[in-house]
Design a protein around this ligand. Structure first.
Ligand SMILES: N[C@@H](CCC(=O)N[C@@H](CS)C(=O)NCC(=O)O)C(=O)O
Length: 219
């Protein structure tokens, strides 16, 4: 079924998919922020992301997408930035923190994406081993950089969780499905436990529904 394309403009409506780390990022934000929203599933297995109705929302033919107040916002990190700016959670305490959080999201898209690739090629698509030999060291290097950055600190930016943590963790969450053991990066592992202790936290398969759902945490 094609997801509903005429959502209530006043309500946050997120389009996403069950197995997608990019969808998990805004889902996690909304869950941690305890915000009400509508979830509309876009079934990647059936290619719904390439259908005209969805392409009208997200020209790249990918999940996620967010609709709100007549706007269509795509790219998971831009969605995180939008949510932080409009709903006021996890943006960062100071002006510098807010820019540093956005900087992490930009870095994430270049680097942690390699973790997603290793997971994708392990779980969804068989590739020549040479391809894995190329991406695995890049994935390891990205997680190692996060690990080093977390040395002696609880969160990537400032003194509390921000969209930087949600964006970076959200893309590396499936690392075990790519054969990457989080225990190899002790600071990352400790950080993931801090994230998991936040009210509203859930892992992707517990958080992202397989069908259209209304989330009303306060209702
Ligand atoms: N840069 C994009 C990446 C989005 C992305 O890769 N989405 C995947 C699922 S995680 C997707 O829709 N794949 C299906 C396709 O490309 O056809 C973002 O961060 O939103």
């Amino acid at each position: 079924m094609v997801p509903e394309m005429t959502p209530d403009p006043a309500r946050l409506t997120l389009y996403g998919s069950f197995t997608s780390s990019s969808s998990y990022k805004p889902m996690l934000y909304l869950s941690l922020a305890r915000l009400p929203f509508s979830f509309r599933t876009v079934n990647l297995k059936f290619g719904r992301q390439k259908e005209a109705a969805y392409l009208a929302v997200n020209r790249y033919g990918q999940v996620p997408a967010l609709r709100h107040q007549g706007l269509a916002i795509v790219q998971s990190n831009v969605i995180l930035d939008y949510l932080a700016r409009t709903t006021g959670h996890f943006a960062g305490e100071t002006e510098q923190d807010r820019w540093t959080a956005r900087e992490w999201l930009s870095w994430e898209a270049d680097n942690i994406t390699n973790v997603a690739k290793v997971r994708h090629y392990s779980r969804f698509r068989q590739v020549d081993p040479a391809v894995m030999d190329y991406f695995r060291p890049l994935a390891n290097a990205a997680v190692s950089f996060v690990d080093k950055s977390l040395e002696g600190r609880a969160w990537l930016v400032g003194s509390g969780p921000t969209i930087a943590d949600i964006g970076c963790w959200g893309r590396m969450v499936f690392m075990a499905e790519g054969g990457m053991d989080i225990a190899d990066w002790p600071n990352v592992q400790a950080w993931s436990k801090r994230l998991a202790a936040l009210p509203g936290f859930a892992l992707p398969y517990d958080l992202i529904p397989k069908k259209d759902t209304e989330f009303d945490p306060c209702g």
